[in-house]
Write a new protein. Structure first.
Length: 620
């Protein structure tokens, strides 16, 4: 066994989602791409526009920060950064007005950096002072024309918007030329970073792109825009219609705005995510986890994490932070003892893997997570249960059904999962979802795994954004009814087998609530009427209400079976399950189709009793 906390680490409960600002923080190795872009920018024929493409949380802002850090160090480039999303919060919503605000902010930062730079001559600062007055005046005029508001003092202007636009561009060009062509400094180009364009309404973002493209299209000026291509597509639908019919127009527009597209290397993150995950997990876990093999452990959780996040850093951090919160809460909450839980105790490693997989579903595929909450026992998924519990029609028509059916046929539960995936239109992520569910199914087959999953699904409700629909179903029953029903099962068992073999019921024995959802009636006979089969020490009648469908179970304590492989195999062959609890073996009663909180006595006698007879014959 290996202790996961084998070295001194900086403990914390979570990780901030703030973008990195230096290469020392670059655990995903984006700096190698920043260096490549840096070399490209240094010798690029400006003007040119570079588009950093990627979904939310893929690291676009972090890459911009790395680029600016490297460019500033060269003393050959003057960098300014503006944020389109922040600017939109203080504008009326017009793309033109937001673009003007971005231009004003960019110019103001350019002006301040140029004036305060040690490498610029004094004569240049005088030129900038004169240029800035006319530029900011033109900005005020352009903003007034865009908004339709009157000029200060009720003044009127005959200037057309196009004339104001040309004036703005001329003044910006004048400033850029003054900086880059001045013989007293080393600055040869201006790089303007525009971040968070994809956080704005798509139509507005496209309008901003149009304005910025025209304004920044000046010599010595390189624009770097952080934008998601899908946002541009959405913004162009009103103009071009759906993309499928006008693919060429969409691409031509994008190529006109963005000359150099650069997609965030999310796929390459896969090589560096294991080390990142190991660092994150070491820092957030509240207690040591002993694992069989640390390398295999990291490989397993990386496998699950990548299928849920596609390697997007923000999603990874959110999952790790959620797991950390739930782990801390679990540590602070008194746990069940092995005896009271009547379930095998899952190892800390197994519990963590189950928790991680459940949170991955909750964060990335919430509809699948909600379905799992209703039916945690994946192995029991079938047409009848999914139709009644998930309200899905197994005959729903779907164009993807035929193509995927063969891929979802290895296990009996896979067709039900496929229907669920298609119902929620998640076919593009069908394999990723299947892999996570398969991993959960595998984990729940280990001792204590299913109970650990049920417990996990209860705890994850507190981190669910829509907890009302995903509550793990709990059936309520009063103590008197629980005792009556459990006693009915025991009395029927003793009547059919005979109290001369299984002893008599203690009159004062009552059914106790072992946990929030588990009721147990313990039976070990009386002094004069003991349980006779050698090695059988106790019989428990258990009512478990933690699933959407409550279940009655009869558990038999046979300690010697753990030390006798032949006896152990015979017991399993008789139809019993190893509960993983120091010699406990159990068998479930058929569910009562009328009321699952009441025992199905008829089913017990026809299906369960023959198995118990076999067990007693084995014990002698």
């Amino acid at each position: 066994m290996q202790n996961f906390h084998s070295r001194i680490i900086d403990k914390r409960s979570c990780f901030s989602d703030q973008p990195i600002t230096s290469k020392e923080q670059d655990h995903l190795k984006n700096n190698q791409y920043a260096k490549g872009l840096l070399e490209f920018i240094k010798i690029a024929d400006a003007p040119i526009t570079i588009g950093i493409q990627g979904g939310w949380g893929s690291g676009k802002t972090s890459l911009i920060n790395l680029l600016q850090d490297e460019l500033d160090a060269t003393q050959e480039t003057l960098c300014v950064t503006v944020n389109a999303w922040q600017q939109s919060l203080f504008a009326s919503g017009s793309g033109g007005q937001i673009a003007l605000g971005l231009l004003e902010n960019a110019y103001a930062e350019l002006y301040e950096k140029a004036r305060n730079s040690r490498i610029l001559g004094a004569n240049l600062k005088d030129i900038l002072d004169k240029t800035s007055d006319s530029f900011f005046g033109a900005i005020k005029l352009a903003t007034t024309l865009y908004t339709g508001l009157p000029l200060p003092g009720g003044k009127e202007t005959s200037q057309r918007p196009s004339q104001t636009f040309k004036l703005l561009k001329a003044k910006l060009n004048e400033t850029v030329v003054a900086i880059t062509e001045n013989q007293e400094n080393t600055i040869s180009r201006i790089v303007i970073f525009v971040d968070d364009l994809d956080r704005i309404q798509p139509e507005v973002a496209v309008e901003i792109l149009d304005v910025l493209k025209n304004l920044f299209d000046i010599e010595h000026c390189i624009s770097v825009l952080a934008i998601d291509y899908d946002v541009v597509i959405k913004g162009l639908r009103k103009k071009f219609g759906e993309q499928g019919r006008n693919q060429r127009e969409f691409r031509q527009y994008f190529d006109k705005i963005i000359q150099i597209p650069f997609s965030m290397p999310v796929g390459a993150y896969r090589h560096n995510i294991p080390a990142m995950l190991e660092r994150l997990i070491e820092a957030v876990l509240p207690a040591a986890i002993e694992v069989q093999n640390q390398e295999d452990f990291i490989e397993d959780i990386t496998y699950t994490m990548l299928r849920a996040t596609d390697g997007v850093p923000r999603s990874i951090k959110r999952i790790i932070n959620t797991v950390s919160l739930l782990s801390i809460i679990d540590t602070a909450t008194p746990g069940e003892t092995e005896k009271s839980s009547q379930h095998a105790s899952a190892s800390k490693e197994l519990q963590f893997k189950i928790l991680l997989a459940a949170v991955c579903l909750q964060v990335s595929f919430p509809d699948i997570y909600k379905a799992l909450c209703k039916l945690p026992d994946i192995g029991n998924w079938n047409e009848e249960i999914t139709r009644n519990t998930w309200q899905l029609s197994m005959s729903e028509e779907n164009e993807h059904l035929e193509n995927l059916t063969d891929e979802f046929s290895s296990y009996d539960w896979e067709p039900s999962l496929l229907k669920l995936i298609l119902h929620y239109e998640l076919e593009t992520k069908s394999y990723e979802i299947r892999d996570i569910i398969f991993e959960l199914h595998r984990l729940t087959k280990e001792p204590g795994g299913l109970h650990a999953l049920k417990k996990t699904l209860r705890s994850t409700n507190i981190t669910d954004t829509d907890s009302g629909e995903s509550q793990l179903a709990t059936m309520n029953i009063v103590k008197e009814d629980a005792h009556k029903n459990c006693r009915q099962v025991l009395e029927t068992l003793l009547e059919k087998i005979g109290d001369d073999r299984l002893g008599r019921i203690h009159g004062r024995k009552v059914t106790k609530k072992e946990t929030e959802d588990v009721w147990t009636l313990k039976h070990n006979g009386l002094t004069n009427y003991p349980i006779l089969p050698q090695g059988l020490e106790q019989i428990d009648i258990v009512l478990n209400t933690e699933d959407s469908t409550p279940c009655f179970t009869i558990d038999f304590l046979i300690p010697k079976a753990k030390k006798n492989p032949t006896l152990y195999n015979h017991i399993l062959a008789a139809g019993f399950n190893d509960r993983g609890l120091s010699g406990w073996f159990g068998i479930d009663l058929p569910t009562n189709p009328t009321n699952s909180l009441e025992p199905n006595i008829e089913g017990f006698m026809s299906e369960t009793l023959p198995c118990i007879q076999k067990l007693l014959d084995i014990l002698g």
